[in-house]
Design a binder for this molecule. Sequence first.
Ligand SMILES: O=C(O)CCC(=O)C(=O)O
Length: 274
Amino acid sequence: MIMFDEAAGWKQAYERDGFLTVPGMFSPSEVAELRDAFMAQAAEGRVEGLNTDSRIQDPNDPLYRFGRMMHPHRRPELPIGPLSMRTMLDPRIGRVLEALWDEPPVAAQSMFYFKPPGARGQDLHQDNFYLRVKPGSCMAAWVAVDDADAENGGMLVVPGSHRFDIICPEASDRTKYFSSEHVDVPEGYAAVQTVLKASDVLFFNGSLIHGSNPNTSADRFRCSFICHYAPVSSREISAWYRPLYTFDGREHAKAYVEGGGPCGTAQEAVRGPH
Ligand SMILES: O=C(O)CCC(=O)C(=O)O
């Protein structure tokens, strides 16, 4: 049960900063189940429609073997399917989203990032550039499946940047980032490194500028299970997110708009002269 004071504290932090960390939302065995299931799936090789970053074709790129998996909740035939649907619609996540929005959420997306040692990061961006939720914005729930910090490419957030409109992205540096879009940090703001423990959940506004640096560790994966949501009252979303789900598992319809698409457009790495 959520205590009134706890929910009020969440809301205050979220409205001020554009993000909120809820520590220890999942148990160690729940995050272990996610890690084990997705590792077993990755061991089967790339699956059409699940590994959508098809531009990453270099077998030496750590993201070739451990590319992110997109919309695993849409794969009921795979062991990761029902687990992803259940986690995406977990009532503990739903209660935080509802407390922050003052209205029920609907689920738009699930993803799993492995981010193995040596993997490139995802350059700074705003999620609603891809989801196109209107009116309002989307929200992410980023579940740390491993401890995530500066060394293994944990999340960077720009506190307060959620008050900006969607900023037109520029090209990113492909040597450092697998995603092709880059949003500059506005003057007077700064990117801050988050430090999360496995089972913590980071919630962030769809206008918040955020991203992650490469995983520079020798041997630490940085696995995360990431979902995106829209407020039930929003009217539009990019067609790429259809179908949406209410937290009791029913499909929910909105107007589906052109444009947008997967969160972050993948690109092949550019190799240096060595
Ligand atoms: O996990 C990451 O490195 C980036 C994830 C992200 O930016 C997102 O889910 O929008």
